[in-house]
Ligand binder design. Structure first.
Ligand code: PLP
Length: 384
């Protein structure tokens, strides 16, 4: 099988597995215990904090370990809103293409009476900055955008948004989950106040991530308790956190080369697929995009059918469309980009990783040729 689904998750690297196994066997004491075993765990936790902070570009004291990016996003939005309310600010501004977990939180807030405004995107998936200008006013507590979109890979204009948010006196939260391991952007040079990440997108374990909280920002906790300097209660997931640290260190060794490698693969993949048929449509072309992400549609072939055919040929990928009890729902990202519901159910995301090879890419193009071209030819005849 050839894995083209790195934006969903990545395989834990050997370094992370080894360090986690070691921690499970040797560092199982509670870092809050005052005895020697507890203090050994505490010291490993402090060390991991420094290692992850170095990778993300923040200070150790700015890092709050969480159960992943979903929790970090909740902490950022709810905490940012609470801080805003103290200053009479009640409004939250998000992009229309945020992760479904964050949009679900926005829906919950709306039901509670909070005004949540969405910045639209253009047809190519880029953020509408003129709309952002109109929406970011001095009643806004928090602006929240993703660093790069998980479906299209299109990067958001973080510098411009930081300027606008700060000029209005609002905080900027960046869901940087898809940036890590694929971009040189770091917290310290981003202008953001809050920065969410997740280890499993970086060849680390699932169920662990972090929220970077800019120094001096007294963000309220989501989970009360004494851990993480009272900012996140609950016994720390030390094996997970050490796995995160090992993955971050491993990633930093080859980051620039990995990005260049994935960029080369992306060019080869997209060139190969676009050459197959004029019915192959690439999203976000010409825009600043993650080097590993290619979102396409093959005519209007339903994503379910395409994914089944790709898997039959040994290629594992994903669609942006969400599955629910009522069947496949169109991708909210493609709808926001102005696609029809039928087109928005046809998006296929191919996402590579640092271990993906040229052979993998060529195999993918060959599988598309064999599995999908006949279907595309049929569609062209049916809809001339
Ligand atoms: N935000 C973005 C942009 C993501 O791509 C994901 C994962 O798919 C998440 C948040 C959720 O991350 P986690 O699985 O760590 O909760």
């Amino acid at each position: 099988m050839t894995y083209f689904d790195h934006n969903a998750t990545t395989q834990p690297c050997a370094e992370a597995i080894e360090e986690m196994q070691d921690a499970l066997v040797k560092l199982w004491a509670n870092p809050s215990s005052t005895h020697a075993a507890g203090q050994a765990a505490r010291s490993a936790l402090a060390d991991a904090r420094t290692r992850v902070a170095r990778f993300l570009g923040c200070q150790g004291a700015e890092l709050v370990f969480t159960s992943g990016a979903t929790e970090a996003n909740h902490m950022a939005i709810l905490g940012g809103l609470a801080l805003g309310r103290v200053r009479g600010r009640q409004r939250v501004v998000l992009s229309a293409v945020e992760h479904p977990g964050l949009l679900a939180l926005a829906a919950r807030l709306r039901a509670e009476g909070v005004v949540v405004d969405m910045i639209p995107v253009h047809r190519d998936g880029s953020l509408d900055l003129q709309a952002a200008d109109r929406l970011i006013g001095d009643d806004v507590a928090l602006v929240s955008v993703m660093g790069a979109n998980n479906e299209t890979g299109v990067c958001m204009p973080l510098d411009e948004l930081a300027l606008r948010a700060h000029a209005a006196g609002a905080l900027l939260h960046v869901d940087a989950t898809q940036l890590i391991g694929k971009s040189l952007r770091r917290f310290d040079t981003s202008g953001a106040d809050l920065w969410s990440t997740s280890a499993h997108k970086l060849h680390g374990p699932k169920g662990v991530g972090a929220l970077v909280v800019r120094k001096g920002l007294a963000l309220p906790a989501l989970l009360s308790g004494r851990q993480e300097r009272q900012r996140r209660g609950g016994t720390e997931n030390l094996p997970g956190i050490l796995g995160f640290a090992a993955a971050a260190e491993r990633a930093s060794l080859t980051l620039a080369a990995d990005i260049a490698h994935m960029q080369g693969l992306q060019e080869r993949l997209e060139r190969g697929l676009l050459a197959l048929s004029p019915q192959v449509h690439l999203y976000g072309e010409g825009r600043a995009r993650l080097p590993n992400t290619t979102l396409l549609r093959f005519g209007t072939l339903d994503a379910d059918l395409v994914l089944t055919r790709l898997e039959r040929g040994g290629v594992l990928a994903s669609s942006g469309a969400a599955c629910s009890a009522g069947g496949t729902q169109p991708s909210h990202v493609l709808l926001a980009m102005g696609e029809s519901p039928e087109q928005a159910k046809a998006g296929i995301r191919l996402s590579t990783g640092r271990d993906t090879t040229v052979d993998d890419v060529d195999r993918c193009v060959a599988v598309v040729t064999a599995q999908l071209l006949p279907l595309l030819a049929e569609e062209a005849v049916a809809t001339p």
